[in-house]
Write a protein that binds this ligand. Sequence first.
Ligand SMILES: Cc1cc2nc3c(=O)[nH]c(=O)nc-3n(C[C@H](O)[C@H](O)[C@H](O)COP(=O)(O)O)c2cc1C
Length: 356
Amino acid sequence: MAGSSFGTLVRLTTFGESHGKAIGGIIEGIPAGFSLDYNQIQHDLDRRKPGQSAIVTQRKESDKVQFLSGIFDGKTTGTPIGFTIENEDQKSADYTELQKAFRPSHADFTYQQKYGIRDYRGGGRSSARETACRVVAGAIAKQILAQKNIRIDAFVYQVGSLKWTGEWKSELKTISEANNVRVPSEELAVEMENLIREIRKEGDTIGGGIRCVITGVPTGLGEPVFDKLHTELGKAMLSINAVKGFDFGSGFDSISMKGSEHNDLFTTDGTTKTNFSGGIQGGISNGMPIDFRVAFKPVATLIQEQDTINEDFEAVKLMGKGRHDPCVVPRAVPIVEAMAALVILDYYLMQKAYKK
Ligand SMILES: Cc1cc2nc3c(=O)[nH]c(=O)nc-3n(C[C@H](O)[C@H](O)[C@H](O)COP(=O)(O)O)c2cc1C
């Protein structure tokens, strides 16, 4: 099992390594006849790409996608959509020390144990460069969902201990997308950016949180037992590099609540007065906004000397090199949206189990 595919009806397979010739993917199951807006796809790639601001990795990639199949006269044909994105700015020499030594908390050790060989340049297949392919597929899914009035908004709500606790409204997206951090508060954007800059100066990294709100989802999406809607969303989110946690609705906060506080009481139009369920009950969408959070760890590559081991399990020192993200959440926002879009489109196409 190569483990490179995701989804049921809408299926994404990706290939490529950080410092190989190109990355790319094949998207299957996209219905025929949808007109695609290429600028929108590039816009999402630009939101993810390295070098976009002073607080992300300074690798310079234009991330231009080239479609090879599945689109004719600007419309999807229902056949597999193949695409590639070239790798343009490789600095393989930055990674020579990683041929033998393992970065603590990266994937170097586990890949070596599993395969006995690894492309150590920039993390190879374990690099988050692969997520550009998810953004391409997700941007297509998002466009199809937008035509069904389903909207997906992700934003940063936490960096280190700095936290945004406001009430989300889609109009806040103009604020979150106008600052380098992608947080819906101009004041917090400055504080968070300063914190990330300080952390970078120390050669260190810091964790962060992303919240995602999906509106316009009809009732009835999701399978009742194993393939619950939140199960698949959780899998999608936990498959993103550096993700350490997923919760939806009240999530882990529900532990300290009473049922009388937590129950979402119905109104007579079938909506609920509160949304502690996060838009999903019994694994099936209830028509309220789907609302979840994703926790990202402080990434592993530090520009500091660390104790580690080499392939012979000898203790060695390793000094991190290369261009790295001091905090991944600003770049991960479009990745979260992309993975959410793929799941929702997949379940949308499976739809309700009865026709009204
Ligand atoms: C957008 C994004 C950018 C990332 N950039 C880096 C980076 O510059 N350096 C690094 O060590 N890890 C980075 N990571 C995380 C690694 O890809 C990830 O930690 C590694 O593959 C090991 O997987 P795990 O952390 O999920 O266990 C990034 C992750 C994301 C989502």
